[in-house]
Design a protein around this ligand. Structure first.
Ligand SMILES: *Cc1c(COP(=O)(O)O)cnc(C)c1O
Length: 420
C-alpha cells in the first residue's frame, strides 16, 4: 500500500473511495483526519492471509490509532488488541474486542491497571521487569486468580530505525535483557498467581528491512528451546509490531514475506504467534486534510502556511518524519517549491522544507499523507487549538468518528480555585 493507494486523484481531484475529499471538507471544515475503512480492512486481511498457514492472532497496537470506529472495524474482522494502558483496555473492550484477545504491554503498569486487566481475564501480560512480575503476582494472588505472562525480551539487536522508536537495544528501557531471561523465567515459575505462557519481543517501529526481525526472532527461538529445557511450558511467541510503511519511496517487505520469515525462524517451535502491528495496519489508511491559510513570500523562500499544525500531527517535528504533501485539487497547476508550515508559535512547526507542491492559494486544500497511525492519537490542543476531528469513509458514505470540540469544551475543563 502506497500513501496514495486509497486516496487517488480522479480528474485532478483527490478521492477516498467514492467521495471527493473536497466534499467532506465542505461539511467538516479543515483540518480533519480522514480514514478509508476499505484500506484498514484490506490491510488487516493481508495480515490474515499472510499468516493463514500459521496459528496466529493479530493484536492491533491500539496506541497507533485508538478511535472507537477504527477499533470496531478491526474487531468485526476478528482482530485482537495490544494495549499499553487501562485507557486502551477500556477502548478495546468498548469497541467489541474480547478480553481473551487482549495482550497488555508497557513498562510501568500500575497496580490499579493490573487489577483491572486481571479482572477481565486478558490473554497475556507482556512483563517488562522483575518488579512488575512481583506486582502482578501479588495482585493475582489477592484476586485468587492467575496471570498468563510472557516476558518481553530485549534481544539486543539494532532495529536500524529512528532512535526515538528503536526499542530492542540493550541501552533501551524496554524488556528483560536476553542474557537474564532464564533467571527471570525461573523466578516467575516460583511465584504464586503466575502462569508462564510465552515469550514476547518488540524491537522498534518503522523497520524497512527484515534482517533485524530475523536476528531477533532467531535469538528468541533459541531462548524458547532453552526455557523448555528448563521445564517451562512455552506455547506463545509474541513477535511484536514494527513493520514499516512507505512514506516516500521506502521499499517495505510484503506481509507475506514477513510471515514466511516468521515461519522460518519460529515455525519449528509450534507456538501460537501473536502479532502486534500498528503502523503497518493504519499508517497509509489515513490522511490529514488541511487548508492553506496564507501563502507568504519570504525573503529566501515561499511559505505555504496551513491551518493544521504540529499539535495536529507531531511526527515531522518529533521524529523528523517525512510525509508526502499533496494538493487535493491539482488543477492544471505547476509544481512550486514551498516550506510547508503550521500556525503554531514554534519554528519546529514545520511539515516540510523546500517541498514541491502544486501551486496553491489561500483556501486550497492540502493533504498530508500517511497520517493514519500516530497522527490523531498524538495530537493535542497546544496553542488552544481545537483537536482536529476524524472522519471515516466507506464506499459512498462518510461519518464523523470524532467531532471537533468547542472552545467552551476546552475552557470548562479548567477549574478556577475559590480564592480567585
Ligand atoms: C508501538 C508498539 C507496537 C506497534 O508498533 P508499530 O511499529 O506501529 O507496528 C507493538 N508492540 C509494542 C509493544 C509497541 O510498543
Amino acid at each position: 500500500m502506497t500513501p496514495v493507494s486509497y486516496f487517488p486523484h480522479k480528474n485532478n481531484e483527490m478521492y477516498v473511495d467514492d467521495i471527493a475529499i473536497s466534499d467532506i471538507a465542505k461539511q467538516v471544515k479543515t483540518p480533519f483526519y480522514c480514514y478509508s475503512s476499505t484500506a484498514i480492512e484490506t490491510s488487516y486481511q493481508e495480515y490474515k492471509n499472510a499468516f493463514s498457514a500459521q496459528d496466529a492472532l493479530v493484536c492491533f497496537a491500539v496506541k497507533a490509532n485508538s478511535n472507537q470506529a477504527v477499533l470496531a472495524t478491526l474487531a468485526k474482522l476478528g482482530s485482537g488488541a495490544d494495549v499499553v494502558s487501562m485507557g486502551e483496555i477500556r477502548r478495546a473492550i468498548a469497541a467489541g474486542i474480547p478480553a481473551n484477545k487482549i495482550v497488555y504491554s508497557g513498562v510501568a503498569k500500575s497496580q490499579e491497571e493490573i487489577h483491572y486487566a486481571l479482572s477481565l481475564g486478558i490473554l497475556q501480560f507482556n512483563v517488562e521487569s522483575e518488579p512488575e512480575l512481583e506486582l502482578i503476582s501479588k495482585v493475582a494472588t489477592s484476586l485468587n486468580t492467575t496471570a498468563a505472562i510472557a516476558f518481553r525480551i530485549n534481544p539486543d539487536v539494532c532495529a536500524q530505525t529512528h532512535a526515538k522508536i528503536s526499542t530492542g537495544k540493550a541501552e533501551n528501557k524496554f524488556g528483560v535483557p536476553i542474557s537474564k531471561a532464564r533467571i527471570a523465567y525461573n523466578q516467575a515459575a516460583a511465584l504464586p498467581g503466575i502462569k508462564i505462557q510465552g515469550v514476547d519481543v518488540h524491537i522498534g517501529s518503522q523497520l524497512t528491512s527484515l534482517a533485524p526481525f530475523a536476528e531477533a526472532y532467531q535469538r528468541i527461538a533459541e531462548l524458547v528451546t532453552e526455557l523448555r529445557s528448563d521445564g517451562h511450558d512455552i506455547s506463545v511467541v509474541d513477535v511484536g509490531g514494527g513493520l514499516g510503511i512507505t512514506y516516500l519511496d521506502e521499499v517495505i517487505p510484503s506481509k507475506q514475506t514477513y510471515a514466511e520469515m516468521v515461519k522460518a525462524q519460529l515455525g519449528h517451535l509450534n507456538c501460537k504467534i501473536i502479532l502486534e502491528p500498528g503502523r503497518s495496519l493504519l499508517g497509509n489508511a489515513g490522511i490529514l486534510v488541511s487548508s492553506v491559510a496564507f501563502v507568504k513570500n519570504g525573503e529566501e523562500r515561499q511559505f505555504l502556511m496551513l491551518d493544521a499544525g504540529m499539535n495536529d500531527l507531531i511526527r515531522p517535528s518529533m521524529y523528523d518524519a517525512y510525509h508526502q504533501i499533496i494538493a487535493v485539487n491539482k488543477g492544471e497547476r505547476e509544481l512550486k517549491t514551498y516550506d510547508v508550515v503550521g500556525p503554531v508559535c514554534e519554528t519546529g512547526d514545520t511539515f516540510a522544507k523546500a517541498r514541491q507542491v502544486h501551486e496553491s492559494d489561500a483556501g486550497d486544500l492540502i493533504a498530508i499523507m500517511s497520517s493514519g497511525a500516530y497522527g490523531a492519537v498524538m495530537s493535542s490542543s497546544y496553542n488552544t487549538r481545537l483537536l482536529a476531528p476524524e472522519v471515516m469513509v466507506k464506499g459512498s458514505e462518510f461519518a464523523v468518528i470524532r467531532k471537533r470540540p468547542s472552545y467552551e469544551d476546552i475552557i470548562k475543563q479548567d477549574i478556577t480555585p475559590s480564592w480567585l
